[in-house]
Design a protein around this ligand. Structure first.
Ligand SMILES: [Zn+2]
Length: 171
């Protein structure tokens, strides 16, 4: 497979190419913040949310002290399976996974704080789904661009993996 560094460069080039494509396809006047969302989301998808989180990879290590969030994912998902490497579904599943894990962690922290301070049991009332819904209703275009960037970032990775494998097979 292409190395992590090669994948990082492909992500960067893809994010740069996305700017003129987005500009050309969007009716004027273009909103720079929406284009920026696409770029940031593509970079995030390739550099932090990469399909290779299913391995003890450079991406996994990039999460630093927060890498434990991805530990169950890495152990549960076989490397290069459709769950981590499919073009459309896998980035959305990773975002869903991250939201649920973050939510669980904040839930546990809040619960701990409430217990320790004698406030009694209390749980956050907002679920990850509520968060996505409220983001979408407030910023529909930014949300769609985020989803597009997430899918694009993964497509660049899976595309490079697929191309590399087929070239290897031919040799
Ligand atoms: Zn891969």
């Amino acid at each position: 497979m292409p190395s992590g560094k090669v994948h990082d460069k492909i992500t960067l080039v893809g994010a740069i190419i996305a700017i003129p494509v987005w500009w050309y396809l969007t009716p004027a006047p273009q909103n720079g913040a929406i284009g920026g969302t696409l770029v940031v989301s593509t970079l995030f998808s390739g550099w932090l949310l990469s399909p290779d989180l299913d391995l003890n990879s450079s991406i996994y290590k990039r999460w630093g002290p927060l890498r434990f969030l991805w530990y169950p994912y890495q152990k549960m998902i076989p490397h290069r399976s459709w769950i981590s490497h499919s073009w459309f579904l896998s980035p959305l599943m990773r975002v869903g996974y991250l939201l649920v894990m973050t939510w669980l962690m904040s839930w546990a922290m809040l619960w701990g704080i409430r217990q320790a301070s004698g406030l009694g049991p209390g749980v956050p009332e907002t679920t990850p789904l509520d968060l996505v819904q409220s983001l979408y209703s407030r910023y529909p275009q930014h949300t769609l661009m985020t989803i597009l960037g997430l899918i694009f970032g993964t497509a660049l990775h899976t595309g490079a993996d697929t191309l590399y494998s087929s070239l290897k097979r031919r040799q």
